[in-house]
Design a protein. Structure first.
Length: 381
């Protein structure tokens, strides 16, 4: 009877009311369709402090799951790579002055003057910012860069790099300086993976995995960028939090010249501890990438973790013990209140984001974790 009355009432709708009713029905249909599409999208949020390797991980996904880098893509990285090379030279030369280190030869001293003269024509930028530099500017000092890199004084300063801010890729690019400076330079996958450009915006990438779409959301890691993070927290399936293992003896850039310096790893630990308590991420899978194993294994041979984390009881130079100690520090950030079968789960992995084989193997495990979280969320298992 009520249905009959409703049908009769609809029969006497005015033309405007009938049009509005049809419009509302169409909107409802679109919302239902969008919800179905949204259920086929797995949202993965990349978090972590600056220079932890988030953007490098995205590049690896492009190689492993996407279409990689075509000729146009590769050429677009040329400016960034050349800038990374120049910024590395600039950082070391600046540190030589601060640390009172001289070039070992007159030839290197002349090369230093030539490079500094060219650097004075460029905008004053931070060590991790991209400066626009052309081949025409770079070509006259290419030989001078090679000369400096071979100099004992320059190398001595480089060996003390934990005392100043320097890109992780500095050695890699300085080893390839002559090739990078050539006019016909085309970056390889490894050149691109090691390139550094500060992320200052929220960027989304779409990849297909097992009949669902994986939307990876990359956000800036620097302190001033984190206020933007909250806008990305809704409807997240899983989180990948990246931390650089090699940061245990480094200071945060923002506090480098302050008397009360902040250790980079301690800052990352505090950030992880804060994120894991957010209500948005309760009952979510948090995948922890303890990244840059290659740099860590090299560094730990000459830099004792105990000097920065006195509670460390492993042997100096023991990379395995050091990595396990760091893993435990992150896992201990999970409060007892979050324990239980329905609680937040942490899945740690040791990674080298510039190693495609390593990330390919790790991502197979990550893929299963993400898909299980997705199926759980929509009650499909």
């Amino acid at each position: 009877m009520l249905r009959l009355l409703e049908m009769c009432w609809n029969c006497i709708d005015s033309p405007e009311q009938a049009a509005q009713r049809r419009k509302n029905e169409e909107i409802d249909k679109r919302i239902m369709a969008d919800n179905k599409v949204d259920q086929r999208i797995v949202k993965l949020l990349l978090l972590g402090s600056g220079e932890s390797g988030k953007s490098t991980f995205i590049k690896q996904l492009r190689i492993i799951k996407g279409k990689g880098f075509d000729s146009e893509n590769r050429l677009s990285y040329t400016t960034t790579i050349r800038s990374n090379l120049i910024q590395s030279v600039k950082s070391i030369l600046k540190a030589m002055s601060t640390l009172y280190i001289e070039c070992a030869t007159e030839e290197a001293e002349e090369a230093k003057k030539k490079v500094l003269n060219m650097l004075s024509t460029l905008p004053d930028t931070q060590y991790d910012e991209v400066c626009s530099i052309t081949h025409k500017q770079l070509d006259p000092i290419a030989e001078s860069i090679v000369t400096l890199w071979a100099d004992e004084g320059f190398q001595k300063c480089f060996s003390r790099r934990k005392e100043f801010q320097l890109l992780d890729s500095a050695q890699y690019y300085l080893d390839k300086a002559e090739q990078i400076c050539k006019s016909d330079f085309i970056p390889t996958n490894q050149d691109i993976l090691r390139s550094r450009e500060k992320t200052t915006s929220i960027t989304e990438y779409i990849f297909d995995i097992k009949k669902v779409q994986l939307k990876v959301i990359d956000v800036g890691g620097q302190r001033k960028e984190r206020r933007k993070w909250i806008s990305c927290f809704d409807n997240i399936t899983s989180i990948i939090f990246l931390s650089s293992l090699s940061d245990y003896d480094l200071q945060l850039q923002e506090t480098f010249f302050e008397s009360n310096q902040t250790n980079r790893m301690r800052e990352s630990l505090e950030l992880f501890g804060t994120i894991i308590k957010y209500p948005w991420f309760q009952q979510k899978s948090i995948i922890l990438f303890l990244n840059k194993t290659d740099l860590f294994e090299e560094k730990i041979m000459s830099s004792n973790i105990r000097d920065y984390f006195p509670q460390y009881r492993g042997k100096p130079g023991d990379a395995t013990a050091g990595m396990e100690f760091i893993r435990e520090m992150y896992e201990e950030k999970k409060p007892p209140s979050l324990e239980g079968p329905e609680s937040t789960h942490i899945f740690p992995h040791f990674t080298c984001a510039t190693d495609t084989d390593n990330i390919s193997k790790v991502f197979k495990d990550v893929q299963e974790i993400i898909l299980k979280s997705y199926l759980d969320e929509f009650n499909l298992i």
